[in-house]
Design a protein around this ligand. Structure first.
Ligand code: FER
Length: 257
């Protein structure tokens, strides 16, 4: 079992530089409307530098504000920057339910709503990423782009990231949900994936009912010798686990580990 983040990692610290979180709206041809996302720019963000980008996805009960409301990610990141532990990156919090009404309301397991988490692949690749890359000073190479998320967002990160290794070299799945494709579908060519991945992170709490999905993915990756971080921790399907994952995963990004 893995170590947890140190006490205070998620608490606002005095006298440190802070990043900013803002809400943006982008035109989505995929959905046919304007869609919201939150964007964190790190302390000292400046247009004359270029940044990596992490796309960080929410779960079935959430929307683009879910991480912000439950995890205080800006405190986690600001503290890590103050300690010199993060590579420069902006973090985009999209809404992964790509349909006209993308609010987390009504029956969240309605098949149309679950399907919208699949449609998000095209909203992300064709609409959101181009928007982010036109609006912010970011590097557009695969080695400068990461995708990660919790539960439904963890499944999306594996499904989308591993299918588009030409776009993402860094992938993280925190407690991935049943939307996760089978390991054989995710990684049909283990050698090719191994050569392209800079980081493949998979984590899950030991009391999470969805753990069999992570177990089967980890087993396949191990059997086929695809390098990955398997981070098994104490806990259930909850925010203490996902915040801890974010703390550890983010420090591995955009570095030669
Ligand atoms: C399911 C159980 C859980 C499922 C999705 C979830 C689509 C997602 C949970 C979450 O995002 O927290 O059967 O099917």
């Amino acid at each position: 079992m893995r170590e947890k983040a140190p006490a205070g990692y998620d608490r606002h610290r005095e006298h440190i530089d802070r990043g900013k979180i803002e809400t943006v709206e982008y035109a989505s041809e995929t959905v046919g409307n304007f869609r919201k996302a939150l964007i964190y720019t790190p302390p000292g963000y400046a247009e004359d530098k270029t940044y990596n980008v992490l796309y960080l996805l929410h779960g079935i009960g959430g929307d683009e504000t879910e991480w912000y409301r439950h995890a205080d990610p800006q405190a986690i990141f600001d503290n890590l920057y103050a300690d010199g532990k993060l590579a420069p990156m902006i973090v985009v919090f999209p809404n992964g339910r790509a349909m006209p009404n993308d609010r987390a309301e009504g029956d969240l397991f309605d098949p149309d709503k679950v399907k919208a988490f699949e449609t998000f692949e095209y909203d992300l690749l064709d609409d959101l990423i181009p928007f982010v890359e036109s609006r912010y000073s970011v590097s557009a190479g695969r080695e400068n782009r990461a995708i990660a998320g919790l539960s439904m967002g963890g499944g999306q990160s594996l499904n989308i990231g591993l299918k588009h290794l030409d776009r993402f070299a860094w992938i993280g799945a925190f407690s991935p949900a049943p939307n996760t494709k089978s390991p054989e579908q995710l990684v049909p060519n283990p050698e090719e994936a191994s050569a392209l991945l800079k980081l493949l992170w998979l984590s899950c709490g030991d009391e999470d009912n969805l753990k069999p999905i992570s177990d089967r993915t980890h087993a396949y990756l191990s059997e086929h010798r695809v390098p990955h971080v398997w981070y098994e921790e104490s806990g259930g399907h909850d925010w203490s686990v996902w915040k801890n994952d974010l703390y550890h995963f983010s420090q591995l990004l955009f570095k030669d580990n």
